[in-house]
Write a new protein. Structure first.
Length: 102
């Protein structure tokens, strides 16, 4: 079950004109790894604590202007998931240390 204090990450996909891998599957792997502490939402669902921009290739055509006020993590290949997991874990550790203790 997801915590009420979950970190909210806005996910934006590129247009998919030249995807070199299954972008949706990659995002599912992130959801599975961080299911208790991260909530992934679409750009249309509002604000978040960070943004994940999923590009299908090295062109990286997905615009990020509407997300520029957030920390942005970009992936353009499946191998990027390891760095992404590290970034998310660091963000979670920081988020937890900033919460007031009861």
């Amino acid at each position: 079950m997801m915590s009420d204090k979950a970190v909210k990450i806005v996910v934006k996909y590129c247009g998919g004109c030249n995807p070199l891998y299954d972008r949706v599957a990659l995002v599912r792997r992130i959801e599975e790894r961080f299911c208790d502490s991260v909530r992934l939402v679409s750009v249309d669902e509002g604000e978040g604590d960070a943004a994940l921009v999923v590009h299908g290739c090295y062109v990286r055509c997905a615009g990020t202007t509407e997300l520029s006020h957030l920390p942005i993590f970009s992936v353009c290949r499946p191998e990027d998931i390891d760095d992404l997991k590290e970034h998310i874990q660091t963000m979670l550790d920081t988020h937890e240390s900033e919460e007031p203790s009861e």
